[in-house]
Design a protein around this ligand. Structure first.
Ligand code: SF4
Length: 354
């Protein structure tokens, strides 16, 4: 059985040709599939009989299904999706500032190997990369969720489970299908790929020249603090990562956003803010400050906590006093398993206990 999400336009044309059908149907079918958030009724489509029979017999819309759905009071919807091989991943939609829009967040891997100490995803290890089709399906599930609440999916960030730069070929193919006018038609600038700072990946994404956005999860302004939070920080230093971000920005002409999660007593002092401001000096980058959603005891046995409101306010004031563009990203869905990987971890724990 084929999943429609697995096809590129060229691949679907080849499939139709192999069935002895006209390839000219491929574009319209894929456009309809994406526009209808992944649901089409073959029987109701005006298609040649041979093609309709082949599609009905050999093609299904989704390989994944919603295994769990959590809705927070602020409208955030978190989905636990079960893939065709039984593995699970998370995808999220969050209300955007405009009343009729939502922002989506998708995963790029099952689990994650990066071992960031504050992250729930990595605690159950890395299992495998997601295919482009599996990422496309997350997009379609989220598009459907948006429709059900009378909104439109406006943006997609690859900021869920996994490190996108370690599955870049599939991530970029998924981005092409989501953004391109002949499929998802979301628009290139509506897509952001986030990384903890894999320098070769940033350069490879620049070389792909898709005009999508880059977000760098810095989380600390110096190598020593960063290496304690993000083990890959020992491989790529802050200066090296920002130099790669500079190259990306110069090539794409789009400001890179810097993600910085404030952790109490770890990276949230005024001194850290001044160091970060010094890094941003002369750079046209934007700092997104994130509130930490506690995930329990970390891999190294620590229990990270969010910054106090006073420390967070002082941090942002230090940045703004130095003319750094900085904003707090609103914390979403606190009463559900809001942090990346938490819902999946809870579901894995209950299966193990059950
Ligand atoms: S923060 Fe991202 S890169 Fe780090 S372990 Fe979690 S999912 Fe992986």
């Amino acid at each position: 059985m084929n999943f429609l999400s697995d096809f590129s336009l060229a691949g679907f044309e080849r499939q139709l040709a192999a069935w002895g059908c006209k390839t000219s149907h491929a574009r319209r079918l894929l456009l309809d599939y994406y526009a209808n958030a992944g649901s089409l009724d073959w029987a109701r489509l005006k298609l040649p009989r041979l093609l309709r029979d082949r599609l009905s017999a050999e093609c299904v819309m989704f390989g994944s299904a919603v295994a769990m759905r959590q809705v927070a009071e602020d409208g955030t919807i978190k989905l636990l999706l079960q893939l065709a091989d039984g593995k699970t991943i998370e995808a999220v939609v969050m209300p955007a500032y405009q009343e009729d829009r939502v922002a989506g967040c998708v995963s790029s891997q099952v689990g994650c190997a990066m071992a960031c100490d504050f992250c729930a995803t990595t605690q159950s290890g890395f299992e495998r990369n997601l295919s482009a089709g599996e990422m496309v399906e997350q997009f379609l599930h989220l598009r459907r969720e948006a429709k059900t609440v009378g909104r439109r999916l406006q943006t997609v960030v690859f900021m869920g489970m996994g490190e996108p730069m370690l599955n870049l070929e599939n991530v970029l193919e998924a981005a092409r299908r989501m953004a391109g006018a002949d499929m998802g038609a979301l628009g290139w600038r509506q897509i952001t790929v986030s990384t903890v700072g894999i320098v070769p990946g940033i350069d490879a994404m620049a070389a792909a020249d898709l005009n999508i956005n880059l977000a760098v999860s810095l989380h600390a302004p110096d190598d020593a603090t960063r290496a304690k939070l993000i083990p890959s920080g020992r491989r790529f230093g802050v200066d090296e990562i920002l130099a790669a971000a500079d190259r990306y920005q110069a090539k794409q002409g789009r400001p890179v956003s810097i993600q910085y999660c404030l952790l109490r007593g770890v990276n949230d002092s005024p001194g850290h803010a001044r160091q970060l401001a010094a890094l941003m000096a002369g750079r046209r980058m934007h700092v997104n400050l994130l509130n930490y959603n506690p995930t329990g005891v970390s891999l190294s046995g620590r229990a990270f906590e969010p910054s106090t409101a006073e420390a967070a306010d002082a941090f942002v004031a230090e940045l703004r006093a130095r003319k750094v563009a900085a904003h707090f990203r609103r914390s979403r869905g606190r009463e559900i398993d809001a942090a990346c990987g938490q819902l999946r971890r809870r579901s894995l724990q209950s299966s193990a206990q059950g």
